[in-house]
Design a protein around this ligand. Structure first.
Ligand code: U2F
Length: 564
């Protein structure tokens, strides 16, 4: 059966069921965005032409909403709890539905079991049963539940699973044996999945797939209207929970801000004003999403005081013509030094409250400053008040961008296929690379048909030897490219080192998430022995890593030029 784009979401809304506050929030959102999805589907259909798309049978099991996992989020939907996850799941459901696939949605263990065909009363089913789904989208809670209730089928079918994982899982944490031996074992990781099966909220590391969510897009008339209607001295503070107002050192910056602007907040409260919120702040209480958007449309500035990390609201603010001002973290926050990230399966260092806004959007929309430096802070506020900005939304966060990306994943990502060429190891034949004319990096020289169906296509590969201490994620960005882990297997060879003129005295093949790499002392070259450990993330001053990079589409970092 062919998948046909859908512009009507009413069937999806029925499938989503009811009862929980979280589901109500998600349904309202999907319904409100119907027109945007429909228009995006029309545009993407035109762009793709008459390409063949199979309709997939897809199970979406939202583990964190099940009673069995505690469902801590639903009761907090109306109380200022995190809504970012709800925003994302609503958009994932809408995307899969609009792309024309057949959805089955479960938010309880019972529904999960009946969809998987586990006989009632047979908790841990030891049999391998045929799985009626091509794809399963779930989260870490759901993954655990499936492992417990699918018996032997879990092993067989786990390649069909996609794990929605807000902050991401780096390869070193995903490989069970390696994580256990080297101190990367956390509560979440070590599932031995292909790291690309984890799908993140922002493009944190290319080791995972970037899933994302959407923000509403304005048409030209709306943009002009909003620009005209801005209150030049109105600021809205980022965060719905009173606790963010207790963050250290905030009083001083708030005091400075209040000299120039009228400060608004959307902090949840029960009966009286939360004591943490100063009297000069105009607090609206937690607003329904559309009213929050209206507030952003009037405001000039959206300001973050360090928490929450990496949520959707700054993108919405920027899309509605606000400037986003946020604090720089120095030293950066990570799972090593901050409670919030502790136990998360990543070593990523977060240099500001919203690194995506800082690195992918930047000025004039995003200002990242040191809040401990009052002069720098005050200068930023003054400069912002003089700056005119247009509403801006990166393509990858529009409905069309999200549909395009997920379409490409469904069409091309296959983690069930027999593993590609085993890392070539020391006996590798000639690899299809040449040293580029400027002698700094390798380029692909094979014809593109040498790996039919390979995705992303190998001809977009370019490879460098990074400086000591540099991660491949950063090295590729330095060259205006992005690291592409699926190219590691073709790069992992003695021949690649040779062509790059790396002076290897010896070459070993070992398990290490930083390999392939060159160790200057001893002039040793190391190849990767375990394909699951290929990792864009990670660095050590001991090694110069060998890094595969690729190009990307403007505003769509997940896809290479020829990836559609
Ligand atoms: C992030 O979760 P949050 O829910 O705290 O993320 P936000 O950026 O605050 O925004 C979530 C949505 O809340 C909406 C707004 C956003 O789409 O339109 N909203 C609202 O409806 N009413 C209001 O008054 C104010 C905002 C992140 F997404 C999570 O993954 C993290 O767990 C969490 C902690 O870092 O931060």
């Amino acid at each position: 059966v062919q998948a046909v784009f859908r512009s009507n979401l009413s069937h999806l809304l029925e499938l989503m069921g009811s009862g929980k506050e979280s589901l109500t929030f998600m349904k309202k959102r999907a319904k409100r965005l119907t027109a945007q999805w429909a228009l995006a589907a029309q545009r993407l259909a035109q762009k793709l032409g008459d390409i063949q798309r199979d309709q997939k049978q897809i199970l979406v099991h939202i583990g964190f909403l099940t009673e069995e996992s505690g469902d801590v989020f639903s009761p907090r939907v109306l109380k200022g709890g995190p809504l970012g996850e709800m925003v994302q799941w609503a958009d994932i459901l809408a995307t899969l539905h609009v792309l024309g696939h057949a959805l089955h949605i479960t938010v309880s263990l019972k529904e999960l079991q009946s969809n998987l065909g586990v006989p009632p009363g047979r908790g841990n089913c030891p049999l391998t049963m045929p799985l009626p789904f091509d794809l399963i989208y779930t989260d870490y809670h759901g993954l655990q539940q499936m492992k417990q209730h699918m018996g032997l089928s879990f092993r067989k079918y786990r390649c069909r699973i996609r794990v929605i994982d807000t902050f991401g899982t780096e390869p070193a944490y995903n490989h069970e044996e390696y994580a256990t031996l080297h101190g990367y074992r956390t509560n979440w990781g070590y599932w031995n999945l292909n790291p690309k099966q984890f799908m993140t909220m922002f493009p944190h590391t290319p080791d995972n797939s970037f899933m994302g969510f959407v923000s509403e897009e304005l048409n030209e008339t709306e943009k002009q209207l909003i620009k005209g209607g801005k209150a030049g001295n109105m600021a809205v503070v980022y965060g719905k929970e009173a606790s963010i107002w207790k963050l250290q050192g905030k009083e001083k910056s708030l005091g400075i801000l209040s000299k120039y602007m009228e400060i608004h907040g959307t902090v949840y409260y029960e009966s009286q004003r939360p004591p943490e919120v100063p009297a000069f702040v105009k607090n609206h209480g937690l607003l329904p999403q559309p009213e929050f958007q209206q507030l952003l449309r009037k405001a000039k500035l959206f300001i973050g005081f360090g928490f929450p990390y990496e949520g959707p609201a700054p993108l919405e603010a920027i899309a509605n013509g606000c400037v986003f001002l946020q604090s720089r973290f120095s030293p950066p926050h990570s799972s090593l030094n901050h409670e919030f990230f502790r136990g998360k399966p990543t070593s990523r260092e977060v240099f500001s409250q919203h690194p995506y806004a800082e690195n992918f959007i930047g000025k004039p929309h995003v200002w990242t400053v040191d809040y401990n430096n009052s002069d720098e802070f005050e200068a930023a506020i003054k400069a912002i008040m003089r700056t005119q900005v247009d509403p801006y939304l990166p393509y990858e966060y529009t409905c069309e961008g999200m549909l395009e990306r997920i379409h490409a994943y469904i069409q091309h990502q296959d983690f069930c296929a027999a593993p590609g060429p085993v890392p070539a190891g020391a006996r590798a034949p000639q690899s299809p690379f040449v040293l580029a004319p400027n002698a700094t990096h390798l380029e692909w020289a094979g014809n593109s048909s040498s790996a039919p169906g390979a995705w992303p296509p190998a001809h977009s590969l370019r490879a460098w030897l990074a400086a000591a201490g540099r991660a491949c994620t950063d090295l590729c960005l330095d060259h205006g490219l992005v690291c592409e882990p699926s190219f590691f297997p073709i790069l992992n060879s003695q021949d690649a080192f040779r062509k790059l003129q790396v002076p290897c005295d010896s070459t070993e093949s070992e398990m290490n998430h930083l390999y392939p790499a060159f160790a200057q002392p001893g002039r040793e070259c190391f190849l990767q022995k375990e394909p699951l450990l290929f990792s864009c993330a990670g660095s050590s001053t001991k090694y110069r890593r060998l890094c595969p990079c690729r190009d990307f589409r403007k505003g769509q970092v997940a896809l290479c030029q020829d990836c559609l």
